[in-house]
Design a protein around this ligand. Structure first.
Ligand SMILES: Nc1ncnc2c1ncn2[C@@H]1O[C@H](COP(=O)(O)OP(=O)(O)O)[C@@H](O)[C@H]1O
Ligand SMILES: [Mg+2]
Length: 184
């Protein structure tokens, strides 16, 4: 997890790692396919239903229809959305939309998930549900997630935390220790 005040550079760092922004200096590398999850899922869900939206991310891969179906079903099952496959996007809650965005990344076989304040628009129950599901995905599928948050309670679900201040990592390590410092 990545924490830091507004303007400290969290979104900028994520955009660079996700290839959405080119830095003016320095080097970076990620040697695995990366999926980006925006704060507001309405900015990245483009198709009318859950299943078609997840399939849409695969169009460039020119897969046979059966393979697309299998990838979509696997991704939806991974984040417990299979029951909602035919549900219109407009009928979903915010937390369900975030899960559709994550399923899109899983279907594309992304090994790294970059999530920029994915819980900012969620109520506390959906917030904890989402963070637990992403943690389960990380553990079950061996993914890496870099999760930006302001909410200290979410630190209970991560393995490592970074504090960003004015564009620099000023602390890094055990989440419980960082949580205690930030709670003061
Ligand atoms: N494309 C850009 N070019 C130059 N400066 C930017 C750009 N995007 C953001 N910034 C600036 O970089 C700083 C960090 O912004 P941001 O990464 O959005 O912070 P955070 O997500 O931690 O709130 C801010 O001062 C912001 O105005
Ligand atoms: Mg930001």
């Amino acid at each position: 997890m990545l924490l830091g005040n507004n303007g400290s550079g969290k979104s900028t760092l994520l955009r660079i790692l996700g290839g959405l922004l080119t830095p003016q200096a320095g080097e970076w590398w990620i040697d695995a396919p990366v999926g980006f999850v925006f704060q507001n899922p309405d900015h990245q869900l483009v198709m009318p239903t859950v299943g078609t939206d997840v399939a849409f991310g695969l169009v460039d891969e020119h897969l046979p229809l059966a393979d697309i179906r299998a990838r979509v079903d696997d991704a939806l099952a991974a984040i417990n959305l299979l029951d909602l496959k035919r549900r219109p996007i407009y009928a979903l809650s915010g937390g369900q939309k975030q899960r559709v965005a994550i399923a899109g990344a899983i279907a594309r076989h992304c090994h790294v998930l970059l999530l920029d304040e994915p819980t900012a628009l969620l109520d506390p129950d959906s917030q904890i549900d989402l963070v637990m599901r992403v943690r389960a995905l990380v553990k079950e599928r061996g993914l890496t997630a870099l999760w930006v948050t302001h909410r200290l309670v979410e630190l209970d679900y991560c393995d490592r935390a970074f504090l960003l201040q004015a564009g620099r990592v000023t602390d890094d390590g055990d989440p419980a220790r960082l949580k205690a410092i930030l709670q003061r």
